[in-house]
Ligand binder design. Structure first.
Ligand SMILES: *[C@@H]1O[C@H](CO)[C@@H](O)[C@H](O)[C@H]1NC(C)=O
Ligand SMILES: *[C@@H]1O[C@H](CO)[C@@H](O)[C@H](O)[C@H]1NC(C)=O
Ligand SMILES: *[C@@H]1O[C@H](CO)[C@@H](O)[C@H](O)[C@H]1NC(C)=O
Ligand SMILES: *[C@@H]1O[C@H](CO)[C@@H](O)[C@H](O)[C@H]1NC(C)=O
Ligand SMILES: *[C@@H]1O[C@H](CO)[C@@H](O)[C@H](O)[C@H]1NC(C)=O
Ligand SMILES: *[C@@H]1O[C@H](CO)[C@@H](O)[C@H](O)[C@H]1NC(C)=O
Ligand SMILES: *[C@@H]1O[C@H](CO)[C@@H](O)[C@H](O)[C@H]1NC(C)=O
Length: 373
């Protein structure tokens, strides 16, 4: 039994925008919830909008479309007033083929239940899909809230406070991890134990088009909805258009099917441009932390290699997602530190950067490598 308790009463309080959230019949347990945005406009059957919607949705769930490779799909289709935008996201541990199957089911179901609405959103256990006639890419939206209960069993009243305390700690930690996870996937899972030894499993996920800060705000907002929607529940999922938080007493995800994120920075982009002053500010912002980190490595070598000196030199490479800096390190005299340290650093930009809040993501992938030369 998987009752769904998304009632329109709750939603009216939270968002006058959404006019319907309906529960699904138990014969279709996977389709958890949906919203048809009636006041955002209707299209008529046979209109260009409908044709465009069909095209967009069938390309989205076509077997050849692998999204960004990490369960995220973003596409647009059509012209002028008939232009459509869609975003789809699978839970971070869902395999690519399951993800496609889920999206395929969701595209069919959502157009059935919202037959004339220009904007709609639908949720399965493994995926979500939304479309609109406005751009929704990078739009962080914390309403309407879709509270999706998975476990209606109540915690005994003596356990609630301790359980919720540990659960909140877990989700807060996962929020930080998911938000910091970069632009391909923003997903984190983990477990903890309640004071009564009850295991708690948690999940946090944002659509990865959100910037780190926006994701974190979204997850905070979703967590803020937990007291209202998940009172005493052993398991609960709070979903909004941009992110999900969920906790359960049973493990509801499979950590072994989470595709690892690439560990190296993305390949260099050929795009150039941007104003000169902006670019030089960018250079300073990128280079300073890199140089500082390289100097720290040099000092480390200075301390560690005082005893055992080799004849070789080292090439040090230090990188952020946006830039790489290379330096030659003289291992014979690592302590002869002058400024600028050693040879003039060579900086390689991997990506054109704008100093938007969104691009702070570029600072997340940081690393070092070194090779003997
Ligand atoms: C979306 O459709 C509604 C209703 O037809 C219209 O008022 C609105 O301007 C459209 N939005 C965009 C971005 O075209
Ligand atoms: C769209 O259609 C619904 C009924 O299906 C109606 O209630 C709503 O007012 C319509 N929206 C607009 C913007 O005309
Ligand atoms: C996603 O869609 C938006 C709107 O069409 C577009 O501007 C953006 O470049 C797309 N991003 C990716 C990564 O495909
Ligand atoms: C999609 O629907 C088919 C048929 O109803 C069902 O067998 C399959 O499990 C569904 N897939 C997902 C991922 O929900
Ligand atoms: C859980 O508690 C609520 C009231 O807090 C009650 O209405 C509901 O029936 C309880 N559920 C179960 C399964 O005991
Ligand atoms: C990315 O997510 C994984 C698990 O989902 C987590 O272990 C890791 O710390 C996260 N990375 C960052 C940079 O937070
Ligand atoms: C709980 O999380 C830890 C990592 O934090 C992991 O090693 C362990 O396997 C998890 N336990 C279960 C039952 O999933």
């Amino acid at each position: 039994m998987e009752p769904l308790m998304a009632s329109s009463r709750f939603v009216f309080f939270l968002s006058p925008i959404l006019l319907l959230i309906s529960s699904q019949s138990l014969a279709q347990p996977e389709f958890r919830s949906h919203g048809c945005f009636y006041e955002k406009g209707n299209y008529t059957t046979g209109s260009t909008y409908r044709t465009n919607l069909n095209t967009l949705l069938s390309s989205l769930s076509s077997p050849s479309n692998n999204g960004n490779g990490y369960g995220f799909y973003n596409s647009s289709f059509g012209e002028n007033t008939d232009q459509l935008h869609a975003i789809a996201l699978c839970r971070g541990d869902v395999r690519a083929d399951t993800c496609r199957g889920c999206l395929s089911n969701c595209t069919q179901k959502l157009t059935q239940v919202c037959p004339n609405q220009k904007e709609a959103i639908g949720f399965y256990n493994e995926c979500m899909l939304r479309y609109a006639n406005r751009s929704i890419y990078r739009a962080m939206e914390t309403t309407p809230v879709f509270p999706l209960w998975w476990n209606i069993q109540n915690l005994s009243s003596s356990d609630v406070d301790g359980f919720f305390h540990e659960m909140r700690k877990l989700l807060k930690d996962l929020n930080g991890q998911a938000a910091a996870n970069g632009s391909l996937r923003k997903f984190a899972i983990g477990n903890t134990t309640a004071p009564n030894f009850q295991p708690i499993y948690g999940l946090a996920q944002c659509t990865p088009d959100l910037a780190e800060q926006a994701c974190s705000e979204c997850l905070d907002a979703a967590m803020g909805n937990i007291p209202a929607y998940c009172e005493r529940k052993q398991g609960c999922r709070v979903q909004n258009p941009s992110c999900t938080v969920r906790y359960e007493v049973n493990r509801f995800y499979d950590p072994t099917t989470v595709v690892p994120l690439p560990s190296s920075p993305p390949p260099p982009s050929t795009s150039t441009g941007g104003s000169k002053s902006r670019r030089s500010r960018t250079v300073i912002i990128i280079v300073v932390p890199i140089v500082v980190s390289v100097v720290l490595i040099v000092i480390f070598f200075c301390i560690c290699l005082r005893v055992r000196r080799t004849k070789k030199n080292l090439k040090l490479r230090s990188y952020f997602q946006a830039a790489t800096i290379q330096m030659k390190l003289d291992l014979q005299n690592p302590c002869n530190l002058t400024w600028p340290p050693l040879e003039f650093p060579q900086v390689t930009f991997l990506k054109q950067i704008n100093l938007d809040k969104a691009d702070l993501d570029l600072f997340t992938g940081v690393g070092f490598s070194m090779e003997k030369i």
